[in-house]
Design a binder for this molecule. Structure first.
Ligand code: Z5A
Length: 214
């Protein structure tokens, strides 16, 4: 049985990940590939409960950055063991809205936590289970926040400053530069149809590379 492939979508607030997840899903469906869609933090009942803790706006007690980091990895441990690894081992592809690159960007770039500790947690929690393909939807923090604001009330992390989201974006772009074989940077600033066309072309090229269209 050939192991499934692991595809992630990343980007700042309002970059269009949820929207473009549907584009990737349509490409996989058209190619006849069995896949599941999921998200982080979350993806299993326990991990979704941790998501609630992470995103509910703070009452009197602020959340320490270290607590935030450890809860992200607590949710991820559950998700990887219960859902991602079993699916990949069974030959099912996994299409996930965010993964550890988000921790690097938000808790590392945004919060300024020690990157070597994030890498140590990643190695402990998911070893060599890394995405095969990561689509980074890149848009300015100002444009992304404007889109996200139109959609819903702000969660705890969305209440951060513009400078925080600018650091997140810079960190994502640095990661993409450091791992060009895994990342594909998509310009997410244009209208939705233009972004969709870029995503479709990128996923189709990946499928060809994987021999899916042979
Ligand atoms: N987080 C973290 O800190 N560390 C971690 O390790 C992980 C996560 C895994 C929850 O993530 C939060 O957790 C998130 C990061 C943090 N922080 N915050 N805040 P999430 O992915 O569930 O939530 P999100 O980042 O807030 O996603 P989002 O706001 O839902 O954005 P999106 O999925 O990228 O965008 P969208 O929903 O597809 O689109 C937003 C709106 O823009 C919507 O109305 C669309 O119709 C519209 N849209 C989409 N594309 C376009 C284009 N091209 N033009 C115009 N309008 C568009």
């Amino acid at each position: 049985m050939r192991r499934g492939r692991f595809i992630t979508l990343e980007g700042g607030e309002g970059a269009g990940k949820s929207t473009q997840l549907q584009t990737v899903a349509a490409c996989l469906t058209a190619a006849g590939i069995p896949f599941l869609t999921t998200r982080e933090p979350g993806g299993t009942p326990r991990a979704e409960a941790i998501r609630g803790l992470l995103l509910s706006p703070g009452e009197a007690e602020p959340m320490a950055s270290e607590t935030e980091l450890l809860l992200m990895f607590a949710a991820r441990a559950q998700h990887v063991r219960q859902r991602i690894e079993p699916a990949l081992a069974a030959g099912t592809w996994v299409l996930c809205d965010r993964f550890t690159d988000a921790t690097r960007a938000y808790q590392g770039g945004g919060r300024g936590l020690d990157l070597s500790q994030i890498e140590a947690l990643a190695a402990w929690v998911h070893g060599d289970c890394w995405p095969d393909l990561t689509l980074l939807l890149d848009v300015s923090a100002v444009q992304g926040l404007a889109r996200a604001e139109k959609r819903s009330a702000k969660d705890r992390i969305e209440q951060e400053t513009l400078a925080f989201f600018e650091r997140v974006r810079a960190h994502y772009l640095a990661q993409a530069e450091a791992e060009p074989e895994r990342f594909r940077v998509i310009d997410a600033a244009p209208a939705e149809a233009t972004v969709t066309a870029q995503v479709k072309a990128t996923v189709d090229a990946f499928l060809a590379q994987e021999g899916v269209h042979d």
